[in-house]
Write a protein that binds this ligand. Structure first.
Ligand code: PLP
Length: 453
């Protein structure tokens, strides 16, 4: 049964002009001429409007959005309650800077985030403008509080692109190439990939092997744990291929952190804010991070990032860290409206629709020879595409073909990692829309498979 209160009207996409249409082509030419070439666009969607689960392009095509602006528009596009909150706030006060002055929303959102974050201890909240800024703040806070300077992150991790966050990122070398020496004292350890394993890590023993690597290899040979300020982990790797860390791994990591006085930082920028069917992905493991970073889904598309830490950890003094725009009043109003909607309807919807999608795709490995694995929690689902199910050979070209074909059929999805399709729709998705997306994807997989014999 879908949870009550989900009022999304039944809406499905329609392609009228093969994209990119004439107006889209005009924008693409302008963009090519003036916009930074560092952006990675998989297909030529030129968006004009978004409503609920649908995005309309500049030529009047409508698409079903299973990408959500990279897992951002949690309440769908332009949810009326979010729009009303933004409009009201924009007419009253657009900027003040929480760094220098006070306003009610900043304290109210901090109170709310503190109350929904795991752990009984009192919390403090720092506001920035993005996921990377949240990670930067967490790096600085961890060093400041522990008076240690070493950091540990995981292979495949994506924590952002600013220099500190990039130092923790180990997702694709192109993201680091050309930028010189990054932050010193960062160590990477294998992530427990239960599908593939990784160098020296067996898939069926991924958690034990990865925990053992930390204590018996990294801490014995490369860095003394008493010099490590923090371990950063995405409880479900986002850009790394939609890989959930097993419950026993997260629990083991928490134990190791407590043993050596290391702070556990959960990067919930992509997997948080209700996407997995609970407020935070760490809750599925009953783990209490010392610092939690959030952004993306927090304000339904308005730029906001936040760091929630135990009050005894966020002990820095005035002037230690701040941001002119961080915690902007309009973004905060959007966040308060988003949280209220998530709480009332959409976290439950994410859990229920996630189960529906995982149920419907449970036999895709049998039905599609290029599907190696289907995994995830709530509305954070990855489908790994392989050339051969036995050898698990990666097939980025086939994955990319599926993404392109889906776009031509009116479904927006994104890749993740080298060879995974990611499904991260807004948390409002209804059963008919989920069904449409799965039928479309199913057809795309069949079409791609038929071309490889
Ligand atoms: N952390 C995670 C887990 C992410 O997925 C991302 C972005 O994809 C970031 C950090 C960086 O966020 P932003 O792009 O808002 O700086």
């Amino acid at each position: 049964m879908p949870p009550s209160g989900v009022q999304t009207p039944v809406e499905l996409p329609a392609i009228k002009v093969s994209p990119p249409g004439p107006e889209a082509r005009r924008v693409l030419a302008l963009d090519r001429r003036y916009v930074s070439p560092s952006y990675t666009r998989d297909y030529p969607l030129v968006a004009r409007r978004g409503r609920g689960m649908l995005v309309e392009d500049v030529d009047g095509n409508t698409f079903l959005d299973f990408a959500a602006g990279i897992a951002v528009v949690a309440t769908g596009h332009c949810h009326p309650e979010v729009v009303a909150a933004i409009q009201k706030q924009a007419a009253e006060l657009i900027h003040m800077s929480g760094t220098d002055f006070y306003y009610p929303g900043l304290a109210e959102l901090a109170e709310k985030l503190a109350s929904i974050s795991p752990g009984k201890e009192e919390k403090r909240v720092y506001f920035g403008n993005s996921g990377a800024e949240a990670i930067e703040a967490a790096i600085k806070l961890a060093r400041y509080h522990t008076k240690r300077d070493k950091l540990v992150a995981f292979h495949g991790a994506f924590h952002g692109r600013t220099m500190g966050a990039l130092s923790l990122t180990a997702s694709r070398s192109v993201q680091r190439k050309g930028f010189g020496t990054l932050l010193a004292g960062v160590f990477h350890a294998p992530f427990p990939d239960t599908y593939r394993g990784s160098y020296g890590v067996r898939p069926e023993h991924a958690s034990a092997d990865c925990l053992s690597y930390l204590e018996n290899e990294l801490f014995r040979r490369r860095v003394d744990p008493e010099e490590v300020a923090a371990i950063f982990i995405e409880p479900i790797q986002g850009e790394g291929g939609y890989l959930p860390a097993p419950v026993e791994f997260l629990q083991g990591l928490e134990r190791i952190c407590r043993k050596y006085g290391i702070l556990l930082v959960a990067d919930e920028v992509q997997c948080g804010m209700g996407r997995t069917g609970k407020w935070w992905a760490v809750e599925h493991a009953g783990v209490e991070p010392d610092i939690l970073c959030t952004a993306k889904g927090i304000a339904s598309g308005m730029p906001l990032g936040a760091v929630v830490a135990r009050a005894s950890v966020m002990d820095w003094t005035p002037g230690a860290h701040a941001s002119t725009f961080g915690g902007n009043p309009v973004c905060i109003a959007a966040a308060l409206a988003t949280i209220s909607l998530l709480e009332r309807h959409f976290i439950a919807n994410a859990a229920c629709r996630g189960e529906f999608i995982l149920g419907r795709t449970a036999d895709w490995r049998q039905r599609h020879k290029i599907v190696g694995d289907v995994r995830g929690r709530g509305l954070m689902i990855g489908i790994e595409i392989v050339r051969d199910q036995t050898t698990k050979e990666r097939a980025p070209d086939l994955r990319n073909r599926v993404v392109q074909l889906a776009f031509r059929k009116g479904l927006l999805i994104l890749g993740s990692g080298d060879t995974t399709l990611r499904l991260c729709p807004p948390l409002i998705v209804d059963e008919e829309q989920a069904d449409f997306a799965l039928l479309t994807l199913d057809a795309c997989l069949t079409e791609v498979e038929s071309g490889i014999d």
